[in-house]
Design a binder for this molecule. Structure first.
Ligand code: UFG
Length: 329
């Protein structure tokens, strides 16, 4: 059975759905501090704290868990700079707690949500796995720490892991049941949609003087379902006795903030009110992935590589869920 830690979050909930359709026995675990109970519907769910050893032991002692997927983390780069303690406590200390319980129970398969933020300002793009790791925020640092801990745990304890380094996760399941609902919402695509709807103030474009074709930051947006697919491949790899791996996950194609705003406006058929603002601290000019390694090794290939598709799916969910997951605070 697969334990999905952080199963009620944006990526975790899409993963649960993929596991349901694949017929993979699984259990969601979430504190619901950011996640939404409504998004785990159809999967078994346990409410608990990642930082609580008792909560984790209870889960491992009552379910035949042999694999763990770990999505539970704090994710805001800017907040991690102003409140690093929160990031190290949750993303590192609480994750170690999970790894310790796994070690005691001899659970040796782990799929970890890592991030493009481990690379810092890129030396070259597209960014491949070997690119130097120089995280510029406690958020990126916390993820890179765990990657290094995983390598030590493999050597010492035989824990096999796959770290998937996401670039910009976006979109929603096209069936319209699951979507992205962070509170507050800082991510570009959902925030642009909310700005068009008048739910948040006009979008600020963070920096227009970058060394990019239109002066705004370029990012690699990857569909949430393509991410989920990569996790399933990771589980299968580990189950077949595969070794520990790290993969960068993106489309390999960059879009500027202005291009995203234009695409949102076109898909919605209405303008996205926006204005130019200053740069946001810690934003590299260009982040684009090379995902050649996972394409070659596992035949992974994005099903939804078009920016327009990502936006259309995000918009479809917002249209049917004008207040997001309603129970959320
Ligand atoms: N942006 C704006 N205005 C906004 C929001 C975002 O201009 O209101 C810009 C950002 O400056 C950035 C781009 O849009 O250039 C994308 O920003 P997001 O906040 O959507 O995503 P990030 O690139 O900051 O963050 C994502 C993940 C992080 C991860 C990071 C890796 O959400 O978890 O990629 O760099 F760490």
């Amino acid at each position: 059975m697969i334990l999905v830690v952080g199963g009620a979050g944006y990526i975790g909930s899409h993963m649960l759905k993929r596991l349901r359709t694949a017929g993979e026995p699984h259990l969601a675990f979430d504190s619901l501090c950011h996640g939404h109970k409504a998004s785990v519907e159809g999967s078994s769910f346990v409410h608990g704290e990642l930082g609580s050893r008792a909560d984790l032991e209870q889960v491992f002692d009552t379910h035949p868990i042999d694999t763990v997927m770990h999505f539970a983390s704090h994710i805001w780069v800017g907040e991690s700079v102003s409140d690093p303690s929160k990031y190290y406590a949750n993303n590192v200390v609480a994750t170690l707690n999970l790894l310790e319980v796994m070690r005691e129970r001899e659970v040796k398969r782990f799929v970890f949500s890592s991030t493009a933020a481990i690379f810092g300002e890129p030396e070259q793009v597209p960014i491949d796995e070997a690119h130097p790791k120089r995280p510029e925020s406690p958020y990126g640092e916390s993820k890179w720490m765990i990657e290094r801990i995983l390598s030590d745990y493999d050597r010492a304890y035989g824990l096999k892991s796959v770290a998937l380094r996401y670039f910009n996760a976006a979109g929603a399941d096209p069936d319209g049941v699951l979507g992205e609902d962070h509170r507050p919402e800082y991510h570009l695509i959902p925030r642009a949609i909310l700005a068009a709807l008048g739910e948040v103030p006009p979008l600020q474009i963070f920096g227009t003087d970058y060394d990019t074709p239109d002066g705004t930051c370029v990012r690699d947006y990857i569909h949430i379902l393509d991410l989920a697919e990569a996790h399933l491949l990771a589980v299968r790899h580990l189950r077949e006795g595969g070794d520990s791996r790290q993969y960068n996950l993106g489309n390999g194609k960059g879009f500027s903030v202005r291009e995203v705003v234009e695409t949102v406006s076109r898909v919605l058929g209405q303008p996205v009110p926006h204005g130019d603002g200053p740069r946001r601290a810690g934003d590299p000019a260009v982040l684009v992935a090379s995902s050649e390694r996972i394409r070659t090794d596992w035949g992974w290939t994005p099903r939804y590589p078009e920016l327009e598709t990502l936006v259309r799916h995000a918009w479809a969910w917002r249209q049917t869920h004008p207040r997001g997951y309603e129970e959320a605070s």
